[in-house]
Design a protein around this ligand. Structure first.
Ligand code: HDE
Length: 736
């Protein structure tokens, strides 16, 4: 297996483990409320005899103020809302655990949860989109948040990352500007959950440091197929500190064991309407079915001596460290195995903070990270109105908490004794300060000196080299998707001047790319003297960094180049109507299930279908409630009557066209091939209904009625595991 960009395939050692995995769950259990077999009561515990009628003066008279049940019920309802997060408002959470593979990280960090394979640390993860409101669609083009709270024995550690490795800006002071620009316009609050409007591209075109992340956001990474199939990045350079006190720079990566996969843009937009909860539902259902999402945690380590060895600054969050320069070292595996019991109590109230650190991990001077260290606590105070949000069950550490913090709205802890200050003698000096040997957190003793100054470091000033590296590391199809995304995004920009400026920025990434973007958005492409001047700037940038470590291509950045076959938990639609070959469908379903592939029978109406031989088949989804975009592949079984009926069903034919257009595996057996032939899918080799042939052409697998079922099964699974078939040029002519 290619160790560079894929999960290493390592497994944690299961012997001698200190099972801490359930510690958080046990703690949460003490807060859970279960209404089974219980009476309805007020908040005071008084049993309620009637919750359907207010207490009134006569059956048609006014409501009485003394109706304490009415008052309490209504008041609580009136106060149900808290402010949604100012960014990352839309999120989905899951519980799980993390376990290191081995002790290999001991040389770099003293963080126990990363070096002791016997230790299983409970985690809570919240995935999110950034821009949209709490009720917005999941599949919008956006970065995804990937925030992990580790409930370690040494305190909570939060790794608050994204699924995009670089960030838009270098200095936190620009964050309010960036977010204002990308959020809906202030006058009319449009558009929702989308960067495709003038204000964002105005900002981007004026702030070229955004260019690198823009290339990622235009790429397929911004429309993940599933939270389970998405990478995560810590983004900043952090610091590891080992037992000897030696510090090293570190970047964090999460690699999904299912590999990284994306939607296509047309599909993403349609899903936003047909199932706005697409990613949330996928995560929830996978966990309910026992398909636990798994991610490998890996790190890139840089020695302090090498701080200035690279062609970019490690403290600049708009840059990545190419994996070809510093390979990833696997640490351990995170498994998400439990859905929250209550969305508000857990997913909404969880409060992450990149400053929640444990011994062995520290921050660096990255100015973006430094600003975050202020912002997260500040924003939690706005969301919760009280500093006591740390006492909310989901935020509570599983290790002891003792200090002199007190009071405030909604204080839960009952601190005993008189000593609410330090030093004290009345409380025996407790709680005591912990020396380092007793686990006391020590900030890394970095030497810092300088003049107070508002100035961006010279080493932060190259905004294009890595944007260009990203683009040039893509496959042709990935480049095409970036181009189409740029046509969409800039195509929605009304101001020609903004579009023009963006083309100028893109020209520094790749001249030809900029020219192609310009062509689609009504702007004269940069040519002649302008193009020459841009080429000179780019060349000068390259020369400046050529003496330091850099790469001109990073295959690790391409999802396509690192594609990993996947079958587990993919979903296949089986199109059918009355007269379908029921025995064949049942056999297919079994064969798919054996590989962990899910399948659903899709027909015009819900209910039972009657097969050719009189057997019955349950319909899982009707045409009106589903679409090809909700499946990873489509299969048409045999059955003459069934196929003849479907030829007259626009929805069934559209299903095939659309799946084909989106690059999905399409298959047909026996008479099912006739439905394919009747669709708009042309130029693909098909078997004929009656022969014994099996064909497999660009992800379209067909089988004559007399062909070997097993051989068809393996041909289909082979194509399905490829996930998408981009080589279909014919798809552009298919209407869907
Ligand atoms: Fe955040 N970010 N951020 N961010 N961020 C928030 O904190 C902020 C940044 C990220 O699921 C807020 O609790 C500033 C980078 C995630 O609850 C807020 C800057 C990365 C989440 C905030 C950044 C992130 C947030 C809003 C620039 C990837 C959701 C609600 C300096 C490494 C966590 C909240 C969850 C949330 C501030 C940049 C990731 C306002 C000032 C870079 C995953 O505090």
């Amino acid at each position: 297996m290619d160790k560079k960009n894929k999960a290493s395939g390592k497994q944690p050692n299961q012997t001698n483990r200190q099972v801490d995995q359930n510690k958080k769950d046990q703690q949460l259990e003490t807060f859970r409320e279960n209404p089974q077999e219980q009476y309805l009561t007020t908040d005071q515990g008084v049993r309620i005899s009637d919750t359907d009628n207010s207490l009134t003066a006569g059956s048609r008279g006014p409501t009485l103020l003394e109706d304490f049940h009415f008052r309490e019920k209504m008041t609580h309802f009136d106060h149900e809302n808290i402010p949604e997060r100012v960014v990352h408002a839309r999120g989905s959470g899951a519980h799980g655990y993390f376990q290191p593979y081995d002790t290999s990280m001991t040389q770099y960090t003293k963080a126990k949860f990363l070096v002791n394979p016997g230790l299983i640390t409970p985690v809570f993860v919240r995935f999110s989109t950034v821009v949209g409101s709490r009720g917005s669609a999941d599949t919008v083009r956006d970065a995804r948040g990937f925030a992990v709270k580790f409930y370690t024995q040494e305190g909570n550690y939060d790794l608050v990352g994204n699924n995009i490795a670089p960030f838009f800006i270098q200095d936190a002071i620009k964050f309010p500007d960036l977010v204002h620009a990308i959020k809906p316009d202030p006058d009319n609050e449009m558009p929702q959950a989308s960067a495709a409007h003038d204000t964002f591209w105005d900002f981007a075109s004026l702030v070229p440091e955004t260019t690198h992340m823009i290339m990622w956001v235009l790429s397929d990474r911004a429309i993940p197929r599933s939270f389970r199939m998405m990478e995560g990045f810590g983004v900043h350079t952090f610091r590891f500190i080992n037992e000897e006190g030696k510090g090293r720079f570190v970047k964090f990566h999460w690699r999904p064991l299912l590999g990284s996969h994306s939607l296509v843009w047309d599909e993403a937009q349609k899903l936003a309407g047909k199932d706005p909860d697409w990613l949330r539902r996928d995560l929830w259902e996978a966990i309910e079915k026992g398909n636990y999402p798994e991610y490998e945690l890996a790190v890139q380590i840089v020695e302090e001596e090498d701080e200035h060895a690279f062609g970019f600054d490690l403290l600049d969050a708009t840059k990545i460290i190419p994996e070809e320069l510093v390979p990833l070292q696997p640490i351990g595996k995170m498994t998400l195995n439990r859905n929250p019991d209550n969305f508000f109590a857990e997913t909404e109230q969880v409060a992450f903070h990149p400053g929640n650190l444990v011994p062995g991990i520290d921050v660096t001077n990255d100015p973006l990270l430094q600003g975050r260290l202020f912002s997260y606590l500040d924003t939690q105070l706005n969301r919760f109105t009280s500093a006591n949000f740390t006492e909310v069950p989901i935020n509570k550490p599983v290790c002891p908490v003792h200090n002199h913090q007190q009071n405030g709205f909604m204080r839960q802890t009952i601190n005993k004794g008189k000593a609410n200050y330090f030093p004290n003698s009345v409380g025996g000096g407790c709680p005591m300060m912990a020396p380092e040997a007793m686990g006391g957190y020590m900030h890394y003793m970095e030497k810092v000196e300088g003049h107070k100054i508002r100035e961006r470091s010279e080493s932060f000033k190259d905004h294009y080299t890595q944007a260009s590296l990203f683009y040039h590391s893509m496959t042709e199809v990935e480049k095409k998707h970036i181009l189409e995304a740029a046509h969409f995004e800039l195509g929605k920009v009304e101001s020609e001047a903004i579009r023009q400026r963006m083309i100028g920025n893109f020209a520094h990434v790749d001249l030809e790319f900029a020219q192609k973007v310009a062509e689609g958005v009504g702007i004269d492409p940069p040519t002649g003297k302008v193009a020459e001047a841009i080429k000179d700037t780019v060349k000068a940038l390259k020369e400046k960094i050529s003496t330091r470590k850099s790469v001109s291509e990073s295959p690790a950045l391409s999802m396509e180049k690192n594609k990993k076959p996947v079958l587990k938990s993919l979903k296949v639609a089986i199109l059918a109507a009355n007269g379908v070959n029921v025995a064949q469908v049942k056999a297919l379903k079994e064969a798919l299930k054996a590989q962990g592939v899910e399948s659903e029978v899709v027909a015009k109406f819900l209910g039972m279908l009657k097969g050719a031989d009189g057997a019955e088949l349950k319909v899982d989804k009707s045409h009106i409630t589903t679409a090809s975009i909700m499946y990873d592949a489509v299969l048409v079984p045999g059955g003459k009557k069934s196929v003849e009926a479907m030829k007259k069903q626009g929805a069934a034919v559209h299903f095939l066209n659309e799946a084909f257009k989106h690059g999905k595996t399409v298959a047909a057996l026996g008479e099912g091939v006739d439905l394919l032939a009747a669709s708009d899918i042309k130029g693909i080799t098909l078997a004929t209904a009656k022969d014994g042939k099996i064909t497999s052409d660009k992800g379209v697998v067909t089988s004559g009625a007399s062909a070997d079922a097993k051989a068809f099964g393996s041909a289909f699974l082979e194509q399905l595991s490829q996930f998408r078939h981009w080589q279909r040029e014919e798809k552009d002519t298919v209407p869907a």
